[in-house]
Design a protein around this ligand. Structure first.
Ligand SMILES: Cc1ncc(COP(=O)(O)O)c(C=O)c1O
Length: 501
């Protein structure tokens, strides 16, 4: 399927290359590789043709195996010996910076290709990207799936922009990710209270968006929570790069196909928000991560979940250590292990430092009182034994002589019921601003989004009145080691406030 423009006897411009390798879409059991390509995987060599291409045929037992379509297309495209006069300027690795190739080799550069015809177009997909997105929709139970190269941040923004217009109310939990707040700045929606969320959505024809950034694996094991799509959500955003195994920054946006959501508007929003030069390495990694789960979807999480359960049972017996249980939650991700260390007289930051420095244990999240570890498909027994050894060490050295001398201050972000919003996040974002000393900011309208990590919950939204309680909380968590994101002055000696008109 190629078309060409002829400019005279010897000149023609090919608009659409026929990929050199061909995957039979019907049976999907024939693949043609160029010479010098690796022969790995489920296939056996069938014959060598005159152009030195190896034709592989899958044995009967793998007859349902479908190579991930975008991964295959990328592999074939990179195997072309092309005279590349296109971006990126590293020219398929030929001019790749040495300092980086010494680190990762040239292969990632060879595969870092732009939107070549055979690789399809993210914003108007009709080839391997479309096929890969359809496979993903099928696996995750969506009516349609979009691959994202700007993380779930971009998916959350697109989902909100596609469903809210300026002035619309958005029912939003306070602990939303900052991408939801930036989406309100972009589209002009106004946050609303969460209390009535369950009553209002579908009965009032309001679309439900779920930020499932940490739950792309939900539903693939009976001990995992049910996925948001399976529970009736309309738009679901998942960071495939978090628990699943795609490359960092790659995510998916799934739609249930509910008519409450305008798919054309989603496509427009995604095109507005995403790069016009999406990385095919990121896109192919989404395709590959989907294929990895598809191949063994009933069993793939068995080992990780068993290890996490075993780890919890061992950790739960260590004196001075507490474990977050499932007591008060309808369901909890068994792959998250949250360990409280206040009983040892340690803050989460201090425990994390020791575990990292002395035991090489690196956690996912650190809090004032706890650390959270994410078990995943790569977690090995040796890893969790190291974790248990580290915690045993902390307990043995600290438990008996700690709590009498030192009590770790508890700084929970209690529900702020004194929130007063004067301007919408969008109006506050675009308002004229000034900087004031933090002590003088109380009563002013906040001009920035201030979010301490941990716990990653915004304390002040743009447009809200700054309260004494918020300032006091921010200074306290900062003193305990939290990183203050979103504030122009991350030392918090000043805050940016909106000028009153
Ligand atoms: C709840 C939540 N939503 C959205 C995001 C944004 O995801 P991404 O990093 O894929 O942009 C995160 C990131 O940590 C998150 O925790």
């Amino acid at each position: 399927m190629s078309s060409s423009l002829n400019f005279g006897k010897n000149w023609s411009l090919s608009l659409n290359k026929i990929p050199r390798a061909c995957i039979s879409q019907e049976s999907c059991h024939l693949i043609v590789l160029g010479k010098n390509q690796e022969h790995k995987g489920h296939s056996e060599i069938l014959e060598l043709d005159t152009k030195d291409k190896v034709i592989l045929k899958y044995p009967q037992k793998f007859k349902n195996y479908r190579p991930p379509p975008l991964v295959s297309a990328l592999k074939d495209s990179a195997a072309e010996s092309a005279a590349s006069f296109h971006f990126p300027g590293h020219n398929r690795g030929v001019a790749a910076p040495k300092s980086l190739t010494e680190l990762i080799g040239t292969r990632p550069f060879q595969l870092d290709l732009p939107e070549l015809p055979e690789l399809d177009n993210l914003f108007a997909p009709e080839g391997p990207i479309l096929e890969a997105q359809k496979e993903a929709a099928n696996l995750f139970g969506a009516s349609e799936t979009w691959f994202l190269v700007g993380g779930s941040t971009c998916g959350v923004q697109a989902a909100i922009m596609a469903t809210c217009s300026p002035g619309d109310a958005l029912v939003l939990p306070r602990n939303s990710h900052i991408s939801a707040v930036s989406a309100m700045v972009l589209c002009g929606a106004v946050p609303n209270d969460i209390n009535a969320i369950s009553k209002i959505c579908h009965s009032r024809k309001i679309p439900l968006i779920v930020d499932e950034a940490h739950g792309a694996h939900f539903g693939f094991h009976k001990k995992l929570p049910i996925s948001a799509l399976a529970q009736g959500a309309d738009l679901v955003v998942q960071s495939t790069h978090k628990v699943l195994c795609s490359l960092t920054q790659s995510s998916m946006l799934h739609s249930s196909g509910n008519s409450l959501v305008d798919r054309e508007r989603i496509c427009q929003c995604l095109q507005t928000l995403q790069s016009s030069s999406p990385s095919y390495l990121l896109l192919a990694s989404l395709d590959a991560a989907r294929a990895q789960i598809s191949e063994h979807q009933e069993t793939i999480f068995n080992e990780a979940i068993e290890l996490a359960i075993e780890a919890k049972s061992k950790i739960g017996k260590i004196p001075g250590i507490s474990l977050l249980g499932s007591l008060n939650y309808p369901s909890i991700d068994p792959l998250r292990v949250t360990i409280g260390v206040w009983g040892l007289g340690l803050s989460g930051f201090e425990a994390d430092d020791i575990l990292c420095r002395d035991f090489g244990v690196v956690s996912e999240l650190v809090g004032t009182q706890s650390i959270t570890l994410a078990f995943n498909l790569g977690t090995k027994r040796e890893h969790f034994l190291r974790l248990v050894e580290g915690l045993n060490y902390l307990s043995a050295t600290l438990f008996h002589n700690c709590t009498m001398n030192r009590v770790i201050e508890v700084t929970n972000l209690v529900h702020f019921d004194d929130i007063e919003m004067i301007l919408s996040p969008r109006d506050a974002f675009f308002a004229s601003k000034r900087k004031v000393r933090i002590e003088e900011s109380i009563g002013e309208i906040c001009g920035e989004l201030i979010c301490p990590y941990p716990p990653g919950i915004p304390v002040l939204f743009p447009g809200e009145v700054i309260t004494e309680r918020a300032v006091e909380y921010l200074l306290r968590v900062k003193g305990q080691g939290a990183v203050i994101s979103g504030a122009a002055d991350c030392l918090l000696s000043s805050l940016v406030v909106c000028k009153k008109s």
